[in-house]
Every structure is written in structure tokens, then in C-alpha cells.
Design a protein around this ligand. Structure first.
Ligand code: KG4
Ligand code: ZN
Length: 347
């Protein structure tokens, strides 16, 4: 069974084809991605209307590229999957509209996928795939959550951010330091040359006793520190970046370990854009090794948004018998959508 996946929830257009025959992990046949980052950089963040228009321009050429690289024809596609939410409404509508039109033209079913389910299953496409059950640390630009995952479709929320997401904390702090959008990778690069202990920044909710996060106060502390530095900010930027990164990473690592203790599980999956962060990976690897916990990550190029994770999640849900495929092509998108709602909702 071949599943075509289309991702268009934010500023990346991603298309991929997986083979989900049998019961093994679906196999990625090909994928293609166009990132709009350069276009949004001039505005310091994503401009939703520009994002939607660019998805329209990219999605069909990328689909043609994926089919050509996989040596497959559209007639061989069995299901067309798309990101139904959460994300930017207009951007989601482009992917949903194209996927449903394509499915209708091919006489095949279409299927909406939860973007975060895509992220958290994405490590199954890595060279070291996880096994169920596991704790998932989902750290993206819009979400920071710890979930207990017992099988495909079974997602129990253990804790989440009460304000900004970890990616947002990276991005907003980076913006204060005059770094380009999206700030996470830039801040992390700058931090390589800095001293993380140079400034004392808060670790919000570190000792709250629950698994929730809060990052809004950190951004304010970075702003206060930047103002205090005044003209010296330029020469101390690397230190401030390193201190910011150290604060975010320490909270993520400690809360992940608390989730492992609370659940008694021995596998941790890290997914979402911030999962690409090198300090987060090295610190998690070190502490988890000490505690006999296996950590799994997506391949670096599949940490941020992509079509492969959408095709994969669709394939895994189909294999698990969680979807009843229909050839009806009305659709809606869900810009706000809790992952935990997935179980309760009929397909
Ligand atoms: O998962 P993703 O591509 O999009 C969402 O679904 O939100 O995540 C994007 C986020 C951005 O906030 C970006 O700054 C962050 O992931 N990010 C990083 C790194 N690479 C991407 N943050 C820290 N270090 C990185 N290396
Ligand atoms: Zn994402």
C-alpha cells in the first residue's frame, strides 16, 4: 500500500511517498521539501498569507518530483494523506484541498493526519527506530509536551507548556539578540562560542513537581539582560546565547527524566524542530545512558516539518486499523487540535 503524504501546516511544503504494505514500519520511498524560511526572514517571522500562497506554488511540482524519484506513478498511490492540523488555517487548507482533489481525481481515499502525531512517530524512519511503549518529548515551534505513548493512536498527555513553546523561547530570545528567523539554529550556532554559565537565567517550573513547562519568563529575563548589557551586548552575545540555550535545555532534560521516573518507562523519543539541538541531544544522551534509558531521535533532516512524517503517520494508523477510509472528499482543517483528542474522535 502506497501512501502519499502532504505537509503544509506552517512554512515548509513537504511531500513524501511511503510503502506501508504488511505490518513492518512503513518504508520511505522518496520525499521532497521546500522551506519558505528565506521568504519569511525579511519579516522576522512567518507571514500566514505568504505561506499559503507559496504552498500553492510548490505542492504540485514537489509531488511530481517525489513520484519521479520513487519511480512511481500517481495511479499506484493508494491513499493521499495530508496534515489536517494543528497549524495555520490557510496553509493547512492548501494541503487539504490539494490532497482531497488529487484523491478524488485518482478515485482513492484521502486521510487527514495530526501534525504532532507525525512528529512523534518520525523516529520510526530512523536507523534506530524505537519500540512501544515510550515517553515522547515533543519540542517544536508551537508545542512543548511530554506524552506517554503505548501504541499508535494512544497518546496520554503528561505535561505541557503553560505559555511559550521551547522553540518559541529559542526564536524570541534569538530575535532579541538580532539573529535571523527562525532563531533556534542560529542561537545554537552562536552559543558554540559562548559560556553557558556567564549569565544566571531562570529555569522556570524546574521544581514545580509536575511535568509542565513555562518559557515566557525566560524570554523576559533575556531581554532584561540584553538591556543591561547595552552597547556591550554585541561582544557578549555568544555568552548570552549559550546561557539561554543552557536554561532551555536544562529544563527539557530534567522534566524528561522526571517523566521517565513517573512512568517507569525506559525509552524516550525526542521529536520536533528543537530535537535537532545538539546540546539537548548530548545532554540527554549522557544522562539517559547513566540511567539505562534508550533515547531515539528522528534523522536530523526529519526533525523539522516534512512530508515523510505525515505519510508515515498515515501508514502506521492504517496498519493499526485505526482508520476507516472513505472516498468522500469534503474536508475541514483543525488549526487548533489536541493530540489527546485523537483517540476519542472517530476517523
Ligand atoms: O517542528 P518544527 O519544524 O515546526 C513546528 O511544528 O513548530 O520546529 C521549528 C522550531 C523553531 O522554533 C526552530 O527555531 C526550532 O524548531 N529549531 C531549533 C533547532 N532547529 C530548529 N531550536 C534549537 N536548536 C536547533 N538546532
Ligand atoms: Zn512541526
Amino acid at each position: 500500500m502506497r501512501v502519499l503524504g502532504i505537509e503544509s501546516s506552517c512554512d515548509e511544503t513537504g511531500v513524501a511517498l511511503v510503502d506501508a504494505s504488511g505490518s513492518g514500519v512503513p518504508r520511505l520511498l522518496s520525499h521532497a521539501l521546500f522551506s519558505q524560511i528565506a521568504m519569511h526572514q525579511a519579516y522576522g517571522g512567518v507571514v500566514p498569507e505568504l505561506a499559503s500562497r507559496d504552498h500553492i506554488r510548490r505542492v504540485l511540482p514537489l509531488t511530481q518530483q517525489v513520484m519521479a524519484e520513487a519511480g512511481s506513478s500517481l495511479a499506484q498511490v493508494d491513499v493521499v494523506a495530508y496534515t489536517r492540523g494543528p497549524g495555520l488555517a490557510g496553509a493547512l487548507l492548501v494541503g487539504a484541498g490539494v490532497a482531497c482533489s488529487l484523491a478524488a481525481a485518482l478515485g482513492k481515499p484521502a486521510m487527514g493526519v495530526h501534525h504532532l502525531e507525525g512528529h512523534l512517530l518520525s523516529p520510526f524512519l530512523s536507523a534506530d527506530p524505537p519500540e512501544f511503549p515510550f515517553v515522547a518529548l515533543l519540542v517544536s515551534g508551537g508545542h512543548t509536551q511530554l506524552m506517554r505513548v503505548d501504541r499508535v493512536g494512544s497518546y496520554e498527555l503528561l505535561g505541557e507548556t503553560i505559555d511559550d513553546a521551547a522553540g518559541e523561547a529559542f526564536d524570541k530570545s534569538a530575535k532579541l539578540m538580532g539573529l535571523p528567523y527562525p532563531g533556534g539554529p542560529h542561537l545554537s550556532k552562536l552559543a558554540e562560542g559562548g559560556d553557558g554559565a556567564a549569565f544566571k537565567l531562570p529555569r522556570p517550573l524546574l521544581h514545580s513537581g509536575d511535568l509542565d513547562f513555562s518559557f515566557a519568563g525566560l524570554k523576559t529575563a533575556v531581554l532584561t539582560q540584553a538591556k543591561k548589557l547595552g552597547p556591550d551586548l554585541e561582544s557578549r552575545k555568544a555568552d548570552l546565547a549559550a546561557a539561554t540555550q543552557a536554561a532551555i535545555v536544562e529544563v527539557l532534560v530534567k522534566k524528561s527524566l522526571a517523566a521517565m521516573t513517573q512512568t517507569g518507562l525506559k525509552r524516550l523519543v525526542v521529536a520536533g524542530g528543537v530535537g535537532a539541538n545538539a546540546l539537548l541531544r548530548s545532554q540527554l544522551n549522557a544522562v539517559c545512558k547513566q540511567r539505562g534509558i534508550r533515547v531515539h531521535y528522528p534523522e536530523l533532516h526529519l526533525c523539522t516539518d516534512n512530508g515523510a512524517m505525515i505519510a508515515l503517520a498515515a501508514g502506521m494508523r492504517l496498519q493499526a486499523g485505526l482508520e476507516t477510509l472513505q472516498r468522500g472528499y469534503t474536508f475541514d482543517v483543525k488549526p487548533r487540535w489536541n493530540l489527546a483528542e485523537l483517540q476519542a474522535e472517530p476517523a
